[in-house]
Write a protein that binds this ligand. Structure first.
Ligand code: ADP
Length: 449
């Protein structure tokens, strides 16, 4: 096992990785920007190195700074967390070229899955069902019109390099196609420096269901069941559940088996998530994330497994610590992403945290770097805490979540705690009857008198 791991991230995920390392007797190195000198991830790590200025490009995306920090501290491995450099194939190969272990998949697999057109065609070839759409990139309007006619409107124009819902345009009728393609192209070019586009059938009422996998790189791949991440706003996940209320264990096993077969043929190594849209009993692949996900704790709560420890073991060359038939599920888990935002209009709310009192008790987990006196920085993602609840069944989980949200005190800044309180009071949520567009409609309903 590694003796020392550098954590190339910040906030709650850096703390999460730090915890797994310490429990395995591994010492840790935090890196941080000048703005994060007082951050909890820096305080709890064994060593820390300031790698640059406040903006992400000066610090958490600064590859030479991170590599230098790893070299001077003698770190054996780097965990990238999520976001920042976690899906940069270039970063993964530079890390390995310096004789340091990258805790994640190979650069080749990161590159493949980062290209949505290439990954879609690859997984289709490996037997995973995909959303009906164009056969690869769309380069001219005539083909785009023909494909859309064939799929039937509405269609979705998507960016091959896409992420975070950017570069996506829904097209309801033929006359809008040309303008939507131009808009998506401009947005993709500006956001990713790559304007390759493709077309998909726009699914009207799907759920977003994803499968967590672990692979050892030697063709052994297991899955840890599904997460339902349908509660989204602007294509960003807000609240996630494990398991999914409309999936039975047979459907879970069938899709899980397909995914494991495909990824074992690929020789996939480390943790990954295969995202699907699910409608009328059918799964349609949308993308694969080659990293730890924000919502991984709900899977940990129902399986009792520590996914970060598994990542560390795999990266250090061990085989998987369990086989598929040793994976079992208990109860239900829900995660609320708590952002430093005004719950009413979602405007950012950075600033000084005055009082901080997290909820506790059985089945309550809080992953957060907040403390009283901490200043939430305006430079980074607004996620400041993840409240993760486990219950013996969904009903107990929701009741526990309600009381935990009521207990949670964060003053000085605004947070999205009231949004979560509102969501879990809705009859559709309580009945488990929602799709990926439901939350936007809930928000719209409250603003229109
Ligand atoms: P990104 O990488 O930008 O997050 P994804 O392909 O993962 O892009 O899609 C993000 C979200 O957009 C999905 O969770 C879903 O809500 C919506 N979406 C993507 N593809 C479709 C589709 N074909 N039909 C309807 N909604 C879609």
């Amino acid at each position: 096992m590694f003796e020392k791991v550098l954590i190339a991230n910040r906030g709650e995920i850096a703390l999460r990785i730090n915890r797994a390392c310490h429990e395995m007797g591994i010492s840790t190195v935090a890196v941080h920007s000048t703005a994060d000198a007082d951050a909890m991830h820096v305080r709890l790590a064994d060593e820390s190195v300031c790698i640059g200025g406040a903006t992400a490009s000066e610090s958490y995306l600064n590859i030479p700074g991170i590599i230098t920090a790893a070299v001077i501290t003698n770190a054996n491995a780097i965990h990238p967390g999520y976001g920042f450099l976690s899906e940069s194939a270039r970063f993964a190969s530079i890390v390995e070229e310096h004789g340091i272990n990258f805790i994640g998949p190979t650069a080749e697999h990161i590159k493949l899955m980062g290209d949505k057109i290439a990954s879609k065609s690859k997984v289709k070839e490996l037997g995973i069902p995909v959303v009906p759409g164009s056969d690869g990139e769309i380069t001219d309007l005539t083909t785009a019109l023909k494909v859309s006619e064939h799929l039937g409107y509405p269609v979705l124009v998507k960016a091959s390099a896409g992420g975070g819902g950017r570069g996506m345009q829904v097209v309801h009728e033929k006359s809008d196609l040309e303008a939507s393609i131009s808009r998506a192209r401009a947005e993709a070019k500006a956001a990713f420096g790559d304007d390759a586009l493709y077309l998909e059938k726009f699914l009207e009422r799907p759920r977003h269901i994803e499968i967590q996998i672990l692979g050892d790189g030697n063709n052994n791949v297991i899955h840890l069941g599904e997460r339902d991440c349908s509660l989204q706003r602007r294509h960003q996940k807000v609240l996630e559940e494990a398991g999914c209320t409309i999936l039975d264990s047979e459907e879970r096993d069938t899709i899980g088996r397909k995914v494991c077969q495909a990824l074992s043929k690929l020789g996939y190594k480390n943790a990954g998530t295969i995202e699907f849209l699910y409608e009328n009993g059918e799964f349609y692949f949308i993308e694969m994330n080659t990293r730890l996900q924000v919502e991984h704790p709900v899977t940990e709560m129902v399986t009792g497994l520590d996914i970060v420890k598994e990542q560390l073991r795999i990266a250090a060359g061990s085989s998987l610590s369990l086989s598929q038939n040793e994976v079992s599920y208990r109860g239900h888990a829900i995660e609320c992403r708590i952002n430093a935002e005004n719950a009413a209009d979602f405007t950012p709310s950075p600033g000084l945290v005055k009082d901080y009192h997290p909820p506790g008790g059985l089945g309550v987990r809080v992953d957060s770097g907040l403390y009283a006196g901490y200043r939430v920085q305006p430079h980074y993602d607004s996620l400041v805490s993840k409240l993760i609840i486990h219950g013996e069944n969904r009903n107990e989980c929701v009741m526990r979540l309600r009381r935990a949200l009521d207990e949670y005190v964060i003053t000085g800044i605004s947070t999205t705690i009231p949004l979560h309180q509102e969501i879990i009071a809705q009859p559709e949520f309580l009945a488990g009857d929602y799709d990926i567009h439901w939350l936007a409609k809930m928000v719209e309903r409250r603003t229109t008198p």
